[in-house]
Write a protein that binds this ligand. Structure first.
Ligand SMILES: C[S@@+](CC[C@H](N)C(=O)[O-])C[C@H]1O[C@@H](n2cnc3c(N)ncnc32)[C@H](O)[C@@H]1O
Length: 210
């Protein structure tokens, strides 16, 4: 799987990348009540400008991305200096308050996410095939502390089983996350010209007794 993503980045087949922050982030992030200074985990982050938006909104950002090409392209968007180091097998690049960890999200250990207090998933869950989605929801729950809030943008489309992006029905999103998160559907859009409909969710990590 990692080879095919690398290939996509190398060939520039990154139709998922947006040249603006995602409208749902602008609209709904402020409603989550995440305090400034709270570190935001962005799994499968690509070179998303959403990370710049979160950083500009006062959040340290921890993005995880397996394609070094994506990270290099993100960093060249700005002239700001970059510091680099290695930790737990991840090559880490830090630019301002954005830290990009190059490697597999599933190898990120709770120790490395210790300061994370919120998360943002746009096109991460829906980039993964069915069995891996369960693993993703479970792993995310392990990484974030009780009370952590997050925003998730999922997609449905007619191409049954084809992806990425995979069509992940709303029932599946609810089923995947409900065991460990309070799940609220904030918005269900209308199909775009490619027949893809986005749903926007807020998630809150449950505590042990809730
Ligand atoms: C559909 S793209 C979305 C990127 C970004 N969230 C955005 O909104 O532009 C999915 C990204 O996840 C990366 N990826 C796929 N599997 C991964 C994994 N196991 N760990 C880290 N990154 C992964 C891919 O290289 C790709 O850049």
């Amino acid at each position: 799987m990692s080879t095919s993503w690398r290939q996509r980045w190398q060939e520039g087949r990154i139709g998922f990348h947006l040249s603006q922050p995602h409208p749902a982030l602008l609209e709904y992030w402020p409603t989550l009540g995440v305090e400034q200074g709270t570190k935001v985990l962005v799994p499968l982050c690509g070179k998303s400008l959403d990370m710049r938006w979160l950083a500009d909104a006062g959040h340290p950002v921890l993005g995880i991305e397996l394609a070094p090409e994506a990270i290099a392209q993100f960093l060249t968007q700005r002239q700001t200096p970059v510091s680099r180091y290695t930790q737990a097998g991840f090559e880490i690049s830090r630019q301002g308050s954005v830290e990009l960890w190059c490697g597999d999200f599933f190898h990120l250990h709770i120790r490395q996410a210790a300061e994370v207090g919120a998360f943002y998933d746009r096109a991460a869950l829906i980039a993964l095939p069915p069995a891996t989605r369960e693993r993703y929801a479970f792993h995310l729950a392990q990484l974030v502390p009780p009370g952590a809030a997050g925003l998730l943008v999922s997609i449905t489309h007619e191409g049954e089983g084809a992806g990425p992006p995979y069509s992940v029905p709303d029932q599946e999103v609810a089923q995947l996350f409900t065991p460990n998160f309070r799940v609220t559907l904030l918005e269900q859009g209308s199909p775009d010209e490619r027949g893809r409909t986005e749903s926007v969710w807020s998630l809150e990590r449950r505590g042990p007794h809730k």
